[in-house]
Every structure is written in C-alpha cells, then in structure tokens.
Design a protein around this ligand. Structure first.
Ligand code: AMP
Length: 445
C-alpha cells in the first residue's frame, strides 16, 4: 500500500489513478529514506519501478514548501532522449493534481524553443547532460538554486562518456540538499568515483544482484553455424514464437541494417534503430512500436538505451552483448514490472566463450534449445566438463631436451576446420545445407 508512506494526499490520489496498488521492492526500499532527505545510491534494473521511487519523494518535498516559481528546484539527469521523455511523462502523471511544472532539455530539439521554456522556469528540469551544458554555457540555464539532483542510469551516462559533463552539472547545483543516484548495475571504478564526488553519506540500496535479475524472463541459447543461419533462426522465431513485441540486438549498425532488410523482405513490420538514424527516424520507430503498428525492432545497444516499451516480451541477441552488464540491460527490456519475458541468444562458435563468461557472471545457466527444422552443425564445444568449460586437449609431455630447442612445441592437436566463417557472405549461403525455412508452423522442436 502506498498509503504507508508519508506522501501528500494529492500524490496518493495520482498513484491510485495510475492503478499502482503495491509498491515495487525498489519503491519500498527507497521512498522512506528519500522522504527523510537522505542521499541515495540505488542499484536497480530498468523496469523495477525506480522512476516512481525518486519522483514521488521529490514531488512531496517540492509540495511541502511550495515556493513561487522563480528557480529550478530539481534537476534529473538521464543518458538518452527517450528516457528523458519517459521520465517527463511519469513526472507529469504523478504531479497531475499539483501545481508543479516540469520541463525537458535534450539534444536534437530547437535550442531557442528550449531557451523560451527555461525562461518560464520549470520546478523540475529533466534532461541529457550535453544539451544542458550548452544552455549553461549560453547563460540560458541557472542551476544554483537546485535543491535536489537526481542521476538516473548513472552507469549508462558514464558508458556514454558523460562523466565530466555530469560532474560539472553537479558542481553547478552547489546548494543542493539531496542527491539520488540510480544505476542498473553496480558499475566499475568510474561509478565509484562519481558516487564519491556527488553523494554525501548515501544510503546504499542494492535491489538487484545480477544473479536475481529478471526472474520472470526465461533465458535460452540456440547454437548457429554462421550469421546467415542466425538470420533464418530469427525469422523462424518471429514466425513461431508467441509475443507481443520483440527487440533484436546486433552489435553493429551494418548488421542491424542487414537484418532489417532481410526481415522487411520477409514481410515483417519491423523498424531499425542505430546511431546513424536521426531523431525523426528514431521517434517514428519508437512511436510505431509503442502504438503497435509494428512489433519488431532491430537495434544496437546505444540506440536502445533507455527504451521503455510496454509489452516487449521477446529479446533476441543476434550478436552476444560484449559484457554481462550489457546483457543485463538488454534483457531488462523484457519481463518489466513483473511481466513474463523470453530472451534468446544466438550463439556461433565465436560467441560461445563470451556467452559462457556471461553465464558465469550472472551465475546462471541459460537453457539450451534446438529448433528441429533449423538445426545446424555447431552444437557448442565438444567434450564439455560438468562445469560447462570445454576440456582442452591433453598436453603432451615435452622431452626436456626437445623443449630447449628453439621453436620446439608440443604437437598441436589437429583442428577440424569450421563449417563456415561466422560472417560468411550471403552469396555462399545457398549451399549451407539447411533445410528450406518453414514459416507459420506450430512450434515443432
Ligand atoms: P521504471 O522502472 O520506473 O521504468 O518502471 C517500469 C514500469 O512499471 C513503468 O511503466 C511504471 O509506470 C510501472 N510501475 C512502476 N511502479 C509500479 C507499481 N508500484 N505498480 C504498478 N506499476 C508500476
């Protein structure tokens, strides 16, 4: 029950209006210390309800001593435009029965229009670091009366190279009374430095050790021989899985475009998001997916940051993400706020060791799955130990005398050549030995 928190009744009314009945674990843990005015450091995944965990205490504070609107009283920093838009929406929904006004500043929008908005002085300003700094430098933004500073997805802001910008904006909010920092992962040294420099004696709330992530999401792998095989697996999955919306991750723009082309040719309604798409294309893609006009999105990690689309219940890793944290971020798009989700990673021989290191990092073993119609040659390394680690060939004892000879080595075991290089061009794949793709068949695996 939200009534357990000492929140203003107009906020409780908004919460009820939104049909939030039970607080999520992060809200349960963060709202009380936030209401006391403590600094917070919270590790919680996207989709855990963390936005309300900081927005409600923030609004409560601003309502407590409503001042005439002459200064910006709170700053919320986020890594991407989409996340800023979503957060603005959330703030507006919670503040609908109050007089609190919010504004948003991100790149890709008209600077003068933004400057005009800033002249009206919103109580809460939400934005991405780069453009905020431009306004600061142009003299169109003043932050010295900010009381509360919130850094959301701080780990992502660091990954995206915003460290210095965030530090500078933090310094501009020199008179703040409270700072809250949220990140999806526990981050590395960079995050620790940021925590030390912006927070004062924070309460540290760790809501998700990575091993507990996404309980509602099944995680599977399917082995593949090469990229063309992966493309056929994607088509099969899109045609045969039950899902509301799917997101397919690739590691490169080129692969994203290529897969998008293939899926369009196969008559899927699909959009692609990557760093080279301009703001208009991004908006169109996200709107269509949100409204349900299309249900498949192909994206790179950077392009998908901060994306929050309801009903995204299938994630396919066409390429394996480069780190465990990236995996957590990708998979965090499914099973949001308790929903069910399915995450499938497509694994060639060159993805295997990365995949198993992510399994170790997450302390999870992904379910192995085969699709009968599209079973390839590669099935994972042979001779797996119980641990899942491949057993290497036994080292031949080298005669000490031989070992001293320059260039002497133990006889290298003969390796079978792989069926096809991972990035085999499509021109050669018609002879790949895979059965023709059957679509719309009941899931026969
Ligand atoms: P967030 O992690 O803040 O991006 O929230 C993920 C989604 O969960 C958003 O669509 C929220 O509106 C929703 N949500 C957050 N808290 C609750 C709650 N207590 N009850 C139901 N839905 C919630």
């Amino acid at each position: 029950m939200f009534a357990q928190f000492a929140l203003h009744e107009r906020l409780l009314k908004a919460v009820a209006e939104l049909n939030f009945t039970e607080p999520t674990p992060v809200q349960q843990a963060a709202i009380p210390p936030a209401l006391e005015g403590r600094d917070l450091r919270v590790t919680a995944q996207t989709g855990s309800g963390k936005t309300a965990a900081f927005v409600l205490p923030l609004l409560n504070r601003l309502m407590g001593d409503a001042l005439p609107r002459v200064t910006i009283r709170a700053l919320i920093l986020l890594p991407t435009r989409e996340l800023a838009q979503q957060t603005l929406k959330e703030v507006e929904r919670f503040s609908q029965f109050t007089f609190i006004k919010s504004g948003m500043i991100t790149g890709g929008e008209d600077f003068k229009v933004q400057a005009a908005m800033l002249r009206k002085v919103p109580d809460i300003l939400i934005g991405t670091p780069g453009r905020l700094l431009e306004h600061l430098n142009a003299g169109t933004l003043k932050l010295n009366d900010v009381e509360v500073l919130i850094l959301d997805e701080a780990d992502r802001m660091l990954d995206m190279g915003f460290s210095e910008d965030v530090q500078r904006l933090g310094k501009e909010c020199a008179n703040r009374q409270q700072t809250m920092l949220f990140s999806a992962t526990s981050g590395g040294n960079g995050l620790r430095e940021m925590v030390a420099s912006v927070l004062r004696e924070p309460v540290h709330l760790k809501l998700n050790s990575v091993s507990e992530l996404n309980e509602g999401t099944r995680q599977q792998i399917i082995t593949a021989d090469h990229n063309y095989h992966k493309e056929r697996l994607v088509e099969w999955l899109l045609a045969n899985e039950t899902y509301q919306k799917a997101i397919i991750f690739t590691n490169t723009r080129v692969q994203a475009d290529r897969l998008w082309g293939k899926l369009v040719a196969a008559e899927h309604k699909v959009y692609v998001l990557h760093g080279e798409k301009d703001q208009k294309d991004r908006k169109l893609a996200i709107d269509r997916i949100k409204q349900g006009g299309a249900k498949v999105l192909v994206a790179t990690d950077v392009a998908a940051r901060g994306l929050d689309v309801d009903g995204m219940d299938l994630v396919i890793n066409f390429d394996m993400p480069r780190s465990g944290d990236d995996y957590v971020h990708r998979i965090g798009r499914t099973g949001r706020a308790g929903g069910e989700g399915l995450a499938i990673s497509l694994i060639t021989h060159s993805d295997w060791s990365l995949m198993s290191s992510i399994e170790r990092y997450l302390k999870q073993r992904f379910e192995r799955r085969n699709i009968k119609d599209l079973k390839g040659i590669y099935q994972g390394p042979k001779n797996l130990k119980a641990s899942g680690k491949p057993v290497g060939p036994k080292k031949k004892k080298v005669d000490k005398k031989d070992a001293k000879k320059p260039g002497a080595k133990a006889a290298a075991p003969k390796r079978k050549p792989t069926a096809r290089p991972n990035n085999a061009p499509s021109a050669v794949v018609s002879q790949d030995g895979l059965a023709p793709l059957k679509r719309k068949k009941p899931a026969a695996e």
